[in-house]
Design a binder for this molecule. Structure first.
Ligand code: A2P
Length: 319
C-alpha cells in the first residue's frame, strides 16, 4: 500500500506535482490533497478519480499517509515537519525551510540519490540550482570543479501564482516585471547578495558534496511566464575536452544537449522534464574555463518532477 499526500495541491507547483505523480510509475493506492482553508472542497482529478481538497490542519492529517509532497511555503513546512514525523510520514519539501539542515538530505536523483539514507524529511533543492548541478556533476566527474559562477534568467512562475499575476496584470503595486528585468530575487542579505543567490551557492556545495567549492551567483527575474535559464561559467581542475564533455552530456539521463538556439529557450524547455544544455564553449579569458547555458521548466524539473523523482527513488528503495 502507498498512501500519498500533496500539501499545497492548488498552487503552481502543487498542480504540477499532481500531474507529474499521475504520469509517473509510482504506485498510489490513495491520494490526499491539502491546501489552505480557502481551497477546502475544491475538486481535482487523479488517474481518473476525483479527489477533494482538504484544509490543512494538524487534525486533518491522515496518519495512514506514507509520503507527503509539500509545496506550501517555508512556514507550513517548518510548522508541519514534527507532525509528519509523529505519524511516520516521509516528507519531501519543496520550500527552502529545511534545505541546509545537516540532518536533511538535499537530493537531485541524477546526482546524489546515494545521500539519502532513510531520513524522514528530504528537501527538494532550489529550481535554478537543480538545472545547474546536473551538468556540473558531469563536468566535475570528468575534469574536477574549481570554481562556478552563475547568472540566472528566472521566470515569474518561480514566485508562484502572484508572479504570474504580476506579469499578466501589471500595476505599480505588483512590481515592475512587465517589459523589464529585475536583478533581485528574494530578500537582500547583509553581504549585498540576495537570499536566492545564497541558496544557489550553498545548495550547489551541499549537493555536490564539496563545502569549499568557490561558487558565486547573480539571480535575475525576467518577464517570462515559465522556465528558467542559467548561464554557467565553470573553471575545472584539468583542461576540458569539449568533445568528450559533449559525449558524456549526451548520455546523461535528464539532459538534452543541443546547439539549436530555438531549443535553448524557455519556450522550448516548457512542459518537458529535461534540462536542455548548449552554448558550450571555452572561456578564453581564463585557463581551464568554459561557458554553458541551461534551460529547464522550473515547475517541472526545477520543482515537481524532481520531488516526484525523489519519491520514486525512496519508494523503490523500500520495496
Ligand atoms: P491555497 O490555494 O488554498 O492558497 P503558490 O505558491 O502557487 O501560490 O501556491 C501555494 C500553495 O500552498 C497553495 O496550494 C496554497 O493553498 C497552499 N498554502 C498556502 N498557505 C497554506 C497554509 N497555511 N496551509 C496549507 N496550504 C497552504
Amino acid at each position: 500500500m502507498a498512501e500519498i499526500a500533496i500539501i499545497g495541491a492548488t498552487g503552481m507547483v502543487g498542480r504540477q506535482m499532481l500531474e507529474s505523480l499521475e504520469s509517473s510509475s509510482c504506485r498510489v493506492d490513495r491520494l490526499y490533497l491539502y491546501a489552505s482553508k480557502r481551497s477546502e472542497g475544491v475538486t481535482m482529478t487523479f488517474r481518473g478519480t476525483t479527489v477533494t481538497v482538504r484544509a490543512l490542519s494538524e487534525s486533518s492529517i491522515e496518519p495512514s499517509i506514507d509520503y507527503a509532497l509539500f509545496s506550501a511555503g517555508g512556514e507550513t513546512a517548518r510548522a508541519y515537519a514534527h507532525i509528519m514525523r509523529k505519524h511516520n510520514i516521509v516528507m519531501i519539501d519543496n520550500s527552502s525551510a529545511w534545505r541546509m539542515d545537516p540532518e536533511v538530505p538535499l537530493i537531485v536523483p541524477e546526482v546524489n540519490k546515494a545521500h539519502y539514507r532513510g531520513e524522514p524529511l528530504i528537501a527538494n533543492p532550489n529550481c535554478s540550482t537543480i538545472q545547474a548541478v546536473v551538468p556540473l556533476y558531469v563536468i566535475g566527474r570528468l575534469f574536477g570543479l574549481k570554481r562556478v559562477a552563475y547568472t540566472t534568467y528566472q521566470s515569474v512562475s518561480g514566485s508562484g501564482r502572484k508572479g504570474i499575476d504580476a506579469l499578466d496584470n501589471p500595476s505599480p503595486e505588483k512590481g515592475h516585471i512587465s517589459d523589464n528585468v529585475i536583478p533581485q530575487i528574494d530578500v537582500f542579505e547583509t553581504d549585498g547578495y540576495t537570499k536566492e543567490e545564497h541558496k544557489m551557492i550553498h545548495e550547489t556545495r551541499k549537493i555536490l558534496l564539496d563545502e569549499s567549492l568557490p561558487v558565486t551567483a547573480t539571480c535575475v527575474r525576467v518577464p517570462v511566464s515559465n522556465a528558467h535559464a542559467v548561464a554557467i561559467n565553470v573553471t575545472t581542475k584539468t583542461p576540458v575536452d569539449i568533445e568528450v564533455l559533449k559525449r558524456h552530456l549526451n548520455h546523461q539521463p535528464g539532459i538534452i544537449l543541443t546547439d539549436t538556439i530555438e531549443d535553448l529557450t524557455p519556450k522550448a524547455a516548457r512542459d518537458q522534464d529535461a534540462i536542455i544544455v548548449g552554448r558550450i564553449r571555452p572561456d578564453e579569458s581564463l585557463e581551464n574555463t568554459i561557458h554553458l547555458w541551461t534551460v529547464a521548466d522550473n515547475l517541472r524539473k526545477g520543482a515537481a518532477t524532481n520531488a516526484v523523482q525523489i519519491l520514486k527513488t525512496i519508494m523503490e528503495g523500500q520495496t
